[in-house]
Design a protein around this ligand. Structure first.
Ligand SMILES: [Zn+2]
Ligand SMILES: [Zn+2]
Length: 376
């Protein structure tokens, strides 16, 4: 997760007193320049990631204030991680900001309605939350319809004009002649991108895009039993579409933090209890960690180290359905390491009285009998 140490203002080519609008404008300009469909520069991806990170910080008033006062170190202390560092490709980063349609039109008008792009977000929860289910609030940056221009992209009070390059046809025709005859080549007009019309004046708020990027707090219901690495799809919470097109979806990647008390295996949980030598020999009631409340487990006399007891139905809930996994409890038995003189005397006395029968168990007999019959 490479975090650039370059100054965020410098990356966006701004002074430290830049306004929100200037920040937005600078970011958009760089995004256009570095877009994978446009830029030939081999380091475009790296540069855009750095620029996106700078924008993520400077467009958020709280983060910007932290950065202004304490710099990169302050953001790190505050736990800031660029959202986009985890995203696989640069196209994903772009889609996260602008949807798939970004840059296809620029300051032109779109006539087709298109669905908005999907947004990606990430949330980390504890195992206990995965056990019970939890509702979380996840910040996402989504493109929404620009209010100033009503998503038209036109500065209020202005209209559209016919594209002079294609004379409103949206197409360019080129005729070539060779020995085989006359050929007509037709291609989309590069000036207007197809609609044949241009905005007289692009909206000053959205730059003609018809949409602006807005931070939203997404309420996500994480269901009980969710596994680490699963994605939750929330329909209609992605980027706004164009010209009345549907909004895209939001995909929330759920990471489940590991819990030091448990190892999860599917819907089952594994844990351990620590017994003293005497409790294992004489039997006791042990407190066993369990999600949903610790359990009292009866430990029978003569419990051997490493024995695993299965407590049915005390694991994780299954994601779909009412079944629950099981809890596997391993018995760890501790042997005394620091004994007093009195304890030593008692153990010596015990040793004088024990013998093979003290350690015999029904299982052992069965085991040796089975072994003998196998060898016969
Ligand atoms: Zn606008
Ligand atoms: Zn044109």
């Amino acid at each position: 997760m490479a975090t650039t140490e370059r100054d965020y203002y410098e990356l966006l080519g701004l002074s430290r007193s830049a306004t929100d609008t200037e920040i937005k404008r600078a970011f958009r300009a760089l995004a256009r320049e570095l877009h994978p469909d446009v830029s030939e520069a081999p380091d475009a991806e790296q540069r855009f990631r750095a620029v996106a990170e700078a924008y993520e910080v400077l467009s958020d008033p709280d983060r910007r204030a932290t950065y202004d006062r304490f710099g990169h170190a302050g953001l790190r202390r505050g736990g800031f991680q660029p959202t986009f560092a985890d995203f696989g490709t640069l196209a994903d980063v772009f889609a996260a900001f602008f949807g798939d349609e970004f840059l296809r039109g620029g300051a032109t008008t779109r006539q087709r309605s298109t669905r908005g792009g999907d947004v990606q977000a990430l949330v980390e929860i504890d195992l206990e939350d995965a056990f019970s289910g939890v509702s979380v609030t996840v910040p996402v940056d989504v493109a929404v319809a620009c209010e100033r221009c009503g998503a038209s992209g036109s500065e209020p009070g202005t209209g559209r004009r016919t594209c002079s390059t294609c004379a409103g046809t949206g197409m360019l025709r080129r005729v070539s002649r060779n020995v085989f005859g006359e050929f007509v080549h037709q291609s989309t007009c590069p000036e207007c991108g197809g609609p044949g019309q241009m905005l007289e004046a692009p909206c000053t708020e959205c730059g003609g895009e018809g949409r602006v990027v807005q931070r939203r707090q997404l309420e996500v219901e994480v269901p009980a039993g969710i596994h680490d690495g699963q994605r939750i799809r929330i329909r209609g919470e992605g980027h706004s579409g164009f010209q009345g097109g549907d909004r895209g979806d939001a995909f929330v990647l759920v990471r489940v933090r590991s819990d030091p008390r448990f190892v999860r295996d599917g819907d089952d949980l594994h844990t351990a209890v620590h017994l003293t030598m005497t409790d294992a020999a004489l039997g006791t009631t042990a407190r066993v960690p369990a999600l949903g409340g610790d359990l009292d487990l009866k430990v029978s006399p003569g419990t051997q180290p490493g024995v695993v007891r299965v407590v049915r139905g005390q694991g994780m809930p299954a994601l779909h359905g009412s079944r629950r996994g099981d809890l596997y409890v391993r018995m760890d038995v501790a042997v005394p390491t620091h004994v007093t003189d009195e304890q030593r005397r008692l153990l010596e006395e015990f040793r004088q009285h024990d013998g093979p029968e003290t350690y015999a168990s029904d299982d052992d007999e069965g085991f040796f009998r089975r072994l003998r019959s196998a060898l016969r």
